[in-house]
Ligand binder design. Structure first.
Ligand code: PBG
Length: 325
């Protein structure tokens, strides 16, 4: 009996050959590290549901971002946790608010060596934990929230941010942010739109990370996990409104949406490998149930293969170290 003539295994023979024909790359420049900075603490506070991730002090944040720059990461995404929260998220707009001072600190530290990005959303600053302000009957008020997002964009730009990430899923948020930035001459500040952002159970650990007091859920404004066509629609609307990059979030349960969005738009696509995705793998690895480092790289490669040009991931620095030659 003669064997098969066509043998795909031939291309898997050596590491050098596999490397040569690999379809998907994973590089430090494609990774963005999300970081948390908390007001009023004098030492970093571990986040118990995200082993290895902390709430930074203003100074420990600087060490983390300079390491990110040395590793050649694409950028950092800053989240601020204020000492006090209120119904309208005042801490988000105050010039001395934690996120705004952290943006200035980070830009002073790393300059243009990293893309400095900021979360443009109210949920870290509101005592009810929603991404916007509420109407008298407790619904999230889209249009009043947009006015606050516009102001937040101006404050972040004045602090020196390179890219803002509107993440609240208010309709029209990208165009409002774009005109607010342009209105004060910050035409170079770019927008990473959280376009297809799904109401997800996998955000759980993030709620601890930002000390969120959210009751209930975000299903009236974040997307229904049943819908992929709608995710593409959201991305197309954001491109029309001036988004420089569009994002799909979460990543792993929505890899099909990442692919569809990649095929539909002509701007870079990002995907957010979120807190619950991080914690699941870390927990399994801590039990010795999976081999942690290969599992991290396989996860990130799957998100790239689905079509993401950029990945926000809590493993960004570690992955960059693993990938270093
Ligand atoms: C909203 C925001 C959230 C995350 C990033 N930006 C939380 C939410 O929408 O509920 C989640 C990120 C993660 O889970 O890692 N500001």
């Amino acid at each position: 009996m003669t064997g098969p003539v066509i043998r795909p295994r031939r291309l898997r023979t050596t590491q050098a050959l596999r490397r040569m024909v690999a379809e998907t790359s994973l590089e430090a420049r494609q990774l963005v590290l999300p970081v948390f900075v908390r007001e009023g603490i004098d030492a970093p506070v571990p986040i118990s549901s995200m082993p290895g991730v902390v709430q930074h002090t203003r100074s420990s944040l600087l060490a983390a971002v300079s390491e990110a720059a040395e590793l050649g990461l694409g950028g950092v995404m800053l989240f601020g946790i204020p000492a006090a929260k209120d119904a309208v998220g005042s801490g988000a707009l105050a010039a001395d608010g934690i996120l705004n001072v952290a943006i200035a600190d980070v830009v002073a530290e790393v300059g243009d060596a990293l893309t400095v990005m900021s979360d443009l959303c109210l949920d870290e600053f509101t005592d009810h934990g929603h991404c916007g302000v509420l109407t008298d009957d407790g619904r999230v008020d889209n249009d009043r929230t947009l006015e606050l997002y516009a102001e937040m964009a101006r404050v972040h730009a004045e602090a020196g941010v390179h890219m803002v990430g509107p993440s609240g899923m208010m309709d029209g948020q990208v165009s409002v942010v774009r005109s607010a930035l342009d209105g004060i001459g910050h035409t170079d500040v770019s927008i990473l739109a959280y376009s297809a952002k799904y109401a997800s159970a996998f955000y759980g650990p993030f709620r601890e990370a930002v000390d969120s007091s959210l009751q209930g859920d975000r299903r009236t404004y974040q997307q229904d996990g049943a819908n992929a066509v709608e995710g593409v629609r959201e991305a197309l609307l954001d491109v029309e409104q001036g988004a420089d990059l569009v994002m799909v979030k979460p990543a792993l349960a929505y890899l099909d949406v990442v692919r569809r969005v990649r095929d539909a738009v002509d701007v870079p696509v990002a995907a957010y490998n979120i807190s619950g995705e991080y914690s699941m793998l870390e927990a399994a690895a801590a039990h010795g149930w999976i081999d942690r480092e290969p599992a991290i790289l396989e996860t990130l490669t799957s998100i790239r293969r689905a079509g993401a040009d950029v990945i926000l991931t809590y493993w960004a620095a570690e992955a960059a170290r693993l990938l270093a030659p």
